[in-house]
Design a protein around this ligand. Sequence first.
Ligand SMILES: [Zn+2]
Length: 330
Amino acid sequence: MVWTTSDKVDFIQRVFGSGKLAHNGRDVAVRCPICDPKDKTKKKLAIRVSDDFTHCWVCGFKSRTLAPLIRKYGTQSLMLEYRERFMPEDPYASGSRCRFIGIEEEVRAVRLPTDFKLLVLASDVDPDVRATRRYLTSRGLTEDDLWFYKIGVSNEFRWRRRAIVPSFNASGALNFFVARAIDKDRKPKYDNPDVDRVPIIFNELNVDWTKRVVLCEGAFDAFKCGDNAVPMLGSDLNEQSALFNSIVAHGTPVAIALDGDMWDTKTPRLASKLAEYDIHVDIVDTRRLGDPGSVNKEEFKRALENATEFTWLGSFLTKLNRASRTKMRV
Ligand SMILES: [Zn+2]
């Protein structure tokens, strides 16, 4: 990464038009392409030259790289140049200090419960261990899966009788975990450490950004969705999240496999959001599957093979269709 401040400022101006250096001497303020103010002299998008933390004072947009904005509002050659010359290497590294302009925040290090044990190595004498194994087997996980995903258990009150699935960042450091209750009535069903999820890409260690990534809702869905699946840890994907930014920055094609009941709502919304950034989006029809976590890997593989490409026309026709169906019902 060899560039000078003036190289970077020059690049920013080629993307966003002329800018002015802020009083603090660290940020360049440019016109925000999202707000797109009529008054062209309004420069409210602050970009910190040293590490690309970006914040718009008007619309509130925040990002840790310039990738989303260049992808959406710039050209392909600017994107390429950004990736090759300027993009920060690991803006979301766990333990590193992540600062939005004006807002200081630290990525808190996540630790596993102190008595965490890999399930494959835990003693069978413990009835909770046996129950956790039974639960995971009933959800279709094999011993290989337990090794591969490093699923474990703990006897700490909060994490007891939960299958703990750790997550590792690109450099192999723990960045998160989810703990799924094995008992039906336990609340919450999923628990996790109390940290900000925005900078977390669940098990990024296993992700190949050059290949199509399957986006699903939870870790238990990801187990069934093939080698290159990332759970969003919810049914929404925040545009400011590390996951969204990485997809956009790498131009990674995506297959969306949310739960079947999201078919008419969050699935098309997420697809359009990604397509706006020029991302190739395929949609997996999960309506018959329910959620990907409830089927086996083979069934999901078949559904993935039959995934259809998201197109604006298709999405328009679906909406039209739905509107006319609604009308008929009235
Ligand atoms: Zn803005």
